[in-house]
Design a protein around this ligand. Structure first.
Ligand SMILES: Cc1cc2nc3c(=O)[nH]c(=O)nc-3n(C[C@H](O)[C@H](O)[C@H](O)COP(=O)(O)O)c2cc1C
Length: 289
């Protein structure tokens, strides 16, 4: 096997770095622009946007654990119209392509959000977050049902002039089947994957800090789970896989590329180290040399 190269191609565009900032961990880039942290950032995935404004879950929404981070944001966002006006069109000019993350409570919402985004010249691509709960099927994630993922992908493909990845959930269903369903529906790529369900409980009182109790867990310790899924999915589909989860070292980036990822996203690492992309790239480059 040949060692992976750090130059990548995604959807007809060439990148000198594989590193993408993961959805919800860099907002729309405003804070990173203040710090000027764009070195080796290939693209930024925005926080997930819904059709209507959403308050999100009650606070606290974030809890650190010994080895990772729990989040229970609940898709808080001001709704797609306001996002387009304030964050996408009227805000900072980020020096890399913007991938807008799209979420919904019902199947029709995803393509309706994309229809609004099509009116803005700014997005380069979309990431369809099917890890959110499907209200009509009792709160299971859309991503647990391959048929729903196929229908959502088909509807998005119909209205979108831009490439889109479907971001899969590890929490229900068979990820390979869901990946195939997304591809069948016309997805241009797959993001593997969203956070794993987790919970932290005080054993003395039986209570949890996060009111919703169960939250999304991110941790470098989950890297092998993500490597396995990237490998399983990328050898089955013919569209590019964007890895997401567990990246903390340059070594991890190389491992995910070797497992079949075209690009690698970085999430919680960024919260401690806003220049994570630059640092990870340098580490990976040194290892390759
Ligand atoms: C605070 C926080 C907010 C997040 N918000 C979103 C989101 O809006 N949409 C989404 O698809 N994923 C969201 N995620 C998941 C990340 O994009 C990423 O998939 C996950 O954290 C795993 O990557 P990591 O181990 O590099 O953090 C969020 C994660 C965190 C920690």
């Amino acid at each position: 096997m040949t060692a992976p190269s750090l130059s990548r191609n995604l959807w007809g565009r060439r990148f000198d770095s594989p590193l993408i900032l993961a959805g919800g961990t860099a907002g729309f880039g405003r804070e990173l622009a203040l710090l000027d942290c764009w070195d080796r950032v290939a693209a930024l995935v925005s926080k997930s946007v819904t059709l209507k404004p959403r308050e999100g879950n009650p606070p606290p929404r974030i809890q650190e654990t010994e080895y990772g981070l729990l989040n229970s944001i609940g898709l808080a966002n001001p709704g797609v119209n306001s996002v387009v006006q304030q964050e996408i069109n009227g805000s900072v000019n980020i020096p890399c392509p913007l991938i807008v993350s799209v979420a919904g409570e019902e199947e029709e919402e995803f393509h309706r959000v994309v229809e609004v985004l099509e009116g803005s010249p700014m997005p380069w691509a979309y990431e369809i977050n099917v890890s959110c709960p499907n209200v009509a099927s009792g709160g299971l994630p859309f991503g647990s049902e391959p048929s729903a993922v196929e229908r959502i992908s088909r509807a998005v493909a119909r209205v979108s002039s831009r490439p889109f990845a479907v971001k899969l959930t590890p929490n229900a269903g068979d990820m390979v089947e869901t990946a195939l369903a997304a591809q069948e529906g016309g997805a241009s790529g797959l993001t593997v994957c969203n956070t794993f369900l987790g919970m932290k409980m005080d054993w003395r009182t039986g209570s949890t800090l996060i009111p919703r109790k169960v939250a999304g867990y991110s941790s470098p310790a989950l890297l092998p789970l993500v490597v396995a899924r990237v490998w399983q999915v990328s050898r089955t589909v013919s569209i590019p896989v964007l890895a997401s989860g567990g990246v903390a070292r340059g070594e991890d980036v190389l491992e995910l590329l070797a497992a079949g990822a075209e690009m690698v996203q970085v999430g919680i690492r960024l919260m401690r180290r806003p220049r994570a992309a630059s640092e990870l790239f340098r580490e990976a480059e040194e290892l390759l040399q």
